[in-house]
Design a protein around this ligand. Structure first.
Ligand code: ATR
Length: 286
């Protein structure tokens, strides 16, 4: 639905998000609020694109001159082969979450990592240089975050994953850029005690399984930063217990807002109205 106040006329520029499933996405609400707030004549919708329609969809982007697309599960990897250029962020991460269409030339970016870092710096700690990092999980989200953290010149990054081979693979993929290594899942207490910044990128603790916890808060050092990419609930059990332990905590909502804010800025060249976007998503989450 078009948000009240977004004028649609023959100059309106099209944007959207693709995924399968997609109807749960909060991106259309957030982005249309951003267009409304900045007075930009754009409209952003959700496209349910099944995998075998991906190539046709990209043809449609070119044909219709859709200016910007966000990409989510399951298309973040497969979409890359259809684009004209892949930015370093997306190359290093191995996934695209944002497409910019410049008069038919499609470039793929990944704003997850810079979105994460921007939110962490704004909400919790502005100086990440030298910080020792521990990451739970070795999926696409972990890759984005590692890319963002490397730009901030953090210290060593340990990756601990239930399936050890994925952590080894991921660490190998980044080892030429920074000190990234696979930590052992059964040495989590020691890994936690060593870390200044502990980040959960797994789905453990996500609604409706909110009892789940990726690590015991008792293993964390007081004053360390506990960070969770989950934003439903806004504060996971992991963060609640870490807070009780004397850690600084960082939830996942900021990353979601800022990955969208960076996409908005790439498309429009206009600073994103971040606080309006945040209140819009908070409202939608209830
Ligand atoms: P994303 O792109 O969001 O990172 P993903 O590639 O599916 O999604 O990765 C999900 C991560 O959560 C993986 O690291 C996964 O561990 P495995 O590689 O062992 O599957 C992790 N994960 C999911 N459920 C988990 C659980 N119950 N316990 C521990 N790790 C879990």
């Amino acid at each position: 639905t078009v948000q009240q106040g977004n004028k649609v006329d023959s100059h309106t520029v099209l944007y959207g998000v693709i995924g399968d499933p997609i109807r749960h996405s909060k991106s259309p609400l957030m982005m249309n609020r951003a267009f409304k707030e900045t007075g930009i004549n754009g409209i952003y919708t959700a496209f349910h694109i099944v995998p075998d329609q991906l190539a046709n969809f990209i043809g449609g982007v070119r044909a219709m001159g859709i200016r910007g697309v966000n990409v989510t599960i399951p298309h973040k990897l497969d979409v890359m082969q259809h684009l004209d250029h892949i930015d370093d962020s997306a190359l290093a991460i191995g996934a695209v979450n944002t497409i910019v269409n410049d008069n038919g030339r499609l470039t793929g970016y990944n704003t997850d990592g810079i979105g994460y870092v921007r939110s962490l710096k704004e909400e919790v700690e502005s100086d990440l240089a030298g910080k020792r990092v521990l990451i739970f999980g070795a999926g696409g989200a972990a890759r984005g975050i590692i890319y963002g953290l490397i730009q901030e010149k953090v210290g060593p990054i340990a990756v601990a994953n239930r399936t050890a081979e994925r952590a080894v693979q991921l660490a190998g993929d980044f080892s030429s850029r920074a000190d990234v290594y696979a930590g052992e899942w059964d040495k989590l207490p020691e890994l936690c005690a060593d870390a200044d910044l502990i980040i959960n990128t797994t789905s453990v603790g996500m609604y409706p399984h909110t009892d789940g916890i990726p690590a015991e808060a008792a293993w964390l050092r007081e004053g360390a930063i506990a960070s969770d990419l989950i934003y439903n609930p806004l504060e996971t059990r992991f963060l609640q217990e870490a807070r009780g332990r004397g850690c600084r905590v960082h939830g996942g909502l900021g990353m979601f807002i800022y990955q969208g804010a960076f996409a908005f800025e790439y498309w429009t060249g206009t600073p994103a109205p971040v606080s309006a976007m945040r209140s819009c998503v908070l409202e939608a989450l209830g």
